[in-house]
Design a protein around this ligand. Structure first.
Ligand SMILES: Cc1cc2nc3c(=O)[nH]c(=O)nc-3n(C[C@H](O)[C@H](O)[C@H](O)COP(=O)(O)OP(=O)(O)OC[C@H]3O[C@@H](n4cnc5c(N)ncnc54)[C@H](O)[C@@H]3O)c2cc1C
Ligand code: FES
Length: 341
C-alpha cells in the first residue's frame, strides 16, 4: 500500500484491500485477489452493486443503467463506477468464482497493426511490456485520450510471451471510443487494463465446445477456440462456431482459423443472417434466421451435453439463455457469456 492508496474495508470481515487513487472499487479488489461479483465492468449489468457503509466515492457515471434511483437512495453503488476519495467500508458478498487465473494490471500499450475483418469490424494489435497473460475469452478495458471512461474489448488472440493483445472492434455509429480506435495511427499509445471477465475457456470440461457469436462477439470466440486448440485437454473436444449477422457483409471470413487450428475433431462453422433483404442480388446460400435458433437443429446431441460460450448484443444473449435454460434445461454452470453493452 502506498501513501496515496485508499484502504477499503469489507464490512463484517477482517479483510481490507488497497485502492490506488483513480482506480475503482471493483478493479482494485480484483487486483488484490478480492472476489467482488461482476460481469461487464462498464456500468450496465448491475452485478457489481455494493453497499457503501462509510466513506465517499466519486460516481464515475451517475447515469449508469446498472443502478436504479432506489438503489442509490439505499446507499448502493456500482463498484465498477466508484472511485474512492478516501478510506471506505463496503458491504458485499464475496466469491472466489469472480477471480480468474490472472489478476488485472494497468499498462501502456502501443498500436502495432490493424486489419479489416468485415466492413465495420477491424482487428487491432497492441504490444505492451511483459507477457500477455490472460485466459481465452477474457476482455480488457481500453482507455484512449479522447475519453475519460474506458471501454471493454475482448481479446481475439491467446496468451503469449511477446506482449501482443489483439481486439476485434466494431465501429459503432457515433461511438466515442470505437471511432477513436479506428482513427489511431501505428505507434499510438493507450492504457490497457486487464484481463477481466469470467466467460473464459473451461479447459478441463469433458463436454464438446459450442461458441456462439453476434457481431464483434466473434473476438472472444476466436480466442476461446484458439485456446482450446492450444490446450492438451480441450483440443480433443468437438467444436462448433455459430455466427449471427444481419446480412452477408457482416459475416467474417474465418478461413485462417479453419485452416490453422489443431482441434482434433475439426471445427464446424455455421454462419446465419437475420435480414434476408440484405442478401438480395448476392450469392448467399446459407442459413437465414436468428443464430440461437440454429443450435437445436445443427447440434447432433441433446444440448445439456455441451459447454456453451457466447458473446454479443444483449438481446442475442438473452434469447440464447432462454432457449438453453427454458427450452433445453442446460445448467447455468455450462453457459459462459458476456453481454456487449
Ligand atoms: C464485456 C464486454 C466486452 C466487449 N467486447 C467488445 C469487443 O470485443 N468488440 C467490440 O467491438 N465491442 C465490445 N464491447 C462493446 C464496447 O465496450 C463498447 O460499448 C462499444 O465499442 C461502443 O463504444 P463507443 O465508445 O464506440 O460508443 P459510445 O456510444 O460512445 O459508448 C457506449 C458504451 O460506453 C459505455 N459508456 C458510455 N458513457 C459512459 C460513461 N460516462 N462512463 C462509463 N462508461 C460509459 C457504456 O458501456 C456504453 O454502452 C464489449 C462490451 C463489454 C461489456
Ligand atoms: S460489472 Fe458493474 S455494472 Fe456490470
Amino acid at each position: 500500500m502506498t501513501t496515496t492508496d485508499h484502504l477499503i474495508s469489507l464490512a463484517g470481515t477482517d479483510r481490507t484491500y488497497a485502492c490506488a487513487a483513480g482506480d475503482t472499487l471493483l478493479r482494485a479488489a480484483l487486483r488484490a485477489g478480492v472476489g467482488i461479483s461482476y460481469e461487464c465492468n462498464a456500468g450496465s449489468c448491475g452485478t457489481c452493486k455494493v453497499e457503501l457503509q462509510q466513506g465517499e466515492v466519486t460516481d464515475l457515471w451517475p447515469q449508469a443503467p446498472g443502478l436504479s434511483a432506489k438503489d442509490r437512495q439505499r446507499g448502493r453503488r456500482l463498484a465498477c463506477q466508484s472511485a474512492p476519495l478516501g478510506s471506505c467500508t463496503i458491504k458485499t458478498r464475496l466469491s472466489d468464482e469472480a477471480l480468474a487465473r490472472h489478476a488485472p494490471v494497468r499498462r501502456r500499450a502501443v498500436l502495432v497493426d490493424r486489419r479489416a475483418v468485415t466492413h465495420d469490424i477491424a482487428e487491432f494489435t497492441f504490444r505492451a511490456d511483459g507477457a500477455a497473460q490472460f485466459q481465452g475469452g477474457q476482455y480488457a478495458m481500453l482507455r484512449l485520450a479522447v475519453s475519460g471512461a474506458p471501454r471493454a474489448y475482448s481479446m481475439s488472440n491467446t496468451a503469449n510471451a511477446d506482449g501482443l493483445w489483439k481486439f476485434m472492434v466494431r465501429r459503432t455509429p457515433e461511438g466515442v471510443v470505437s471511432n477513436a480506435l479506428f482513427g489511431l495511427a501505428a505507434g499510438a499509445e493507450i492504457e490497457l487494463d486487464g484481463p477481466f471477465g469470467l466467460a473464459y475457456l473451461r479447459e478441463q470440461s469433458p463436454r464438446d465446445i459450442v461458441c456462439i457469436a453476434g457481431g464483434s462477439g466473434i473476438a472472444p470466440m476466436v480466442s476461446i477456440l484458439d485456446a482450446a486448440s492450444e490446450s492438451e485437454h480441450a483440443r480433443h473436444r468437438g467444436a462448433w462456431l455459430f455466427y449471427g449477422g444481419r446480412g452477408p457483409a457482416d459475416v467474417p471470413v474465418i478461413d485462417d482459423i479453419l485452416a490453422s487450428h489443431h482441434l482434433e475433431r475439426g471445427l464446424q462453422w455455421h454462419p446465419v443472417i437475420s435480414v434476408p433483404a440484405l442478401a438480395q442480388g448476392g450469392d448467399w446460400a446459407g442459413e437465414v434466421g436468428f443464430v440461437h435458433e440454429l443450435l437445436p437443429r445443427k447440434l447432433p446431441r441433446p444440448l445439456p451435453e455441451y459447454e456453451f460460450y457466447f458473446a454479443g448484443p444483449p438481446p442475442m444473449i438473452e434469447a440464447t439463455v432462454r432457449l438453453l435454460v427454458l427450452g433445453h434445461k442446460v445448467a447455468a454452470s455450462q453457459m459462459h457469456y458476456d453481454r456487449f453493452f
